[in-house]
Each structure stands twice: as C-alpha cells, then as structure tokens.
Design a protein around this ligand. Sequence first.
Ligand SMILES: N[C@@H](CCC(=O)N[C@@H](CS)C(=O)NCC(=O)O)C(=O)O
Length: 339
Amino acid sequence: MKLKLLTAALCLSVMGVAVGGASATTLDDTKARGTVRCGVNTGLPGFGYQNDQGEWAGLDVDYCKAIAAAVFNDASKVVYSPLSAVQRFPALQNSEVDVLSRNTTWTMSRDTALGLTFAGVNFYDGQGFMVKKALGVNSALQLSGATVCVQSGTTTELNLADYFASNNMQYNPVVIEAQSDVNSAYDSGRCDVLTTDQSGLYASRLELATPDDHIVLPELISKEPLGPAVRQGDDQWFNVVKWTHFALLNAEELGVTQANVEQMKQSPNPEIRRLLGVEGTFGADAGMSADFVVNVVKAVGNYGEIFERNVGQGSQLKIARGQNALWSKGGLQYAPPIR
Ligand SMILES: N[C@@H](CCC(=O)N[C@@H](CS)C(=O)NCC(=O)O)C(=O)O
C-alpha cells in the first residue's frame, strides 16, 4: 500500500510538475541536500525491493548505498524513488533522481536520444522465457502461437518482436505496464509464457503461487548489460558513480573485503594503498574524500560480496557468477586501475 502511494505520487510528478534542474553540479547539490536521490525498481527481489522490515535491499540498492557512502561516509543518506519501466527515464531527465540504479539495459538510443550516460555494467544479463512445466516445452523455438506476457516500455518488448519475427513464429503479446501485473497475468494462466531479463525471471518465479511448476527455458535472446545511469552533461557526477562502481570491482580483485578493509590499509601493496587512499589524491580529485573506497567497502562490501549476498549463493535467487565473474576469473567484469 505504502509503495503504491509512493509510486502514484511519483507518477504525478513525472507527468505534470517540472522539478527544477540542477543549479550547480549534481555533486554540489547532493552534498547541500545531504542525500543521494536514487531511482530503483518498484520491487524486484535481489535487485531493488523492500524487505520484510520495509528496508530497501538488493544489488541495485547497494549501489545507491555505495554512492552515499562514497559522498557522505553514510550509506543511509539515500532517498529511494521506486520507478516503473515507463517512469524511470523521465524521472532522471527531470532531475527528480540523481542516479538510476534499476536493472536498466545500456543501449545506444538511451545514450543518444534519451541523453543518458551509463556508468558501467553491474550485471550482465540476457532476455529469457519462463513457461509452466505442464506445457511440455523445452526450447523457445517451440513457442509459436503462444500468448506472451511482457512489460511495456522495456527492451524486452522490442526483443520479443525481433525474436519471433526472425524465427518466423507467431505470438499474441499481452503488454502490461506494471511488472507485478505482468506476473499475476502469467500466474493466473492468461499467458503461456512470461518474458523478461533472465535475472527478473528467477526473481519473479519466487513470487508465483507454485514456483516449482515453472521452468526458465535455456535460450537467451538478447544482450542486456544492466547498470547505473546518470544524466549527460555532468562529468564530475558521472565520475563519482563510475568510480564507485570501479572501486567495488577493484576491491574484489585486490581481496579487499568488508571484514578486512581496515587492516588492508596497512598493506604494502601499492595498488591497495592507492585504492584505499593511503597514497595519492585520487578520491579528492574526484570530489570525494581520500578514503572514499574504505567507506564504500565498509558499508556494502566489494562487488563479489554484493553479488553473492543479493543474487548469488547467499540469496534465494542463487544466480551463478557466470559472465559477472571478474575478468581474472573468466568473466566480463573489469575495472580500469586507480593510477
Ligand atoms: N532491462 C530491461 C528491462 C527492465 C525492466 O523494467 N524489467 C522489468 C521486469 S524484471 C521490471 O523491472 N519491472 C518492474 C517495474 O517496472 O516495476 C530494460 O532496461 O528495458
């Protein structure tokens, strides 16, 4: 209920009210306000959702906390705005949020026509399909003629059309704005198939009446590199978000964890000393404190810790690291050095 009211209020402000643009830089405004305004999912387990205590949690939410820890040394200094797929871009464009951290795919048109800038990829994903086991289907190529539930305003809707057209298959789309309604439509049998990012399928399956009656098909029909985005035209803020992300990856690569970050400050390894601000002026040059990475890792852990806690083995989702492993472990996650 609380969530619905919040979303409704936000929706109104997206449609009607012009919230004043940034007067100074986003970093100055953020510091003056004392909070980071973070656009998150309305409720996607593992990524952005409110837990049983009503607290925001998830991999994307930990990025909001990491940015707040980087700027304020206080991960609680975040104002969360739950945004649907359709609401998310206007909210960022109209300066209602400072950063969008919400399972959003980095695409060319979002970088150009929408005027956004992606600060990196914090989850390499791809679009998949879920069906009821009882349908007896084990490949997406058997789905011709199916009714497919899909959310509007997403890359998902576009990829779906491309996939069926390029495989000469027919389908009946049921296009719905709110993902919770998409999920209930599928659960109630209105559609044979549910399609979204594979991460979202595993998250949605947990919320179905009988999760074990459904399978995620093996095909991935698209690349969905998900990551935090900011408005174009403010390189200083872009750097804050980008280097918070890179710091999380570099911390994992260098073995700096939430538990050992304090003692790692004594490390003789020059890369660790630069990362933790013991040497150099890297943090200050970016408008943050010298030891911003210490504050970030103390608050949320390194990237691997964030992953495992929210979507990996420490979570109900149990998603494998796969492409999200570090480059040094066969994955795609790679950060430039602090130099
Ligand atoms: N990654 C895709 C899809 C993102 C997306 O919005 N996915 C849905 C399904 S997992 C979602 O998060 N819906 C929740 C909502 O809109 O409240 C995109 O950026 O367009």
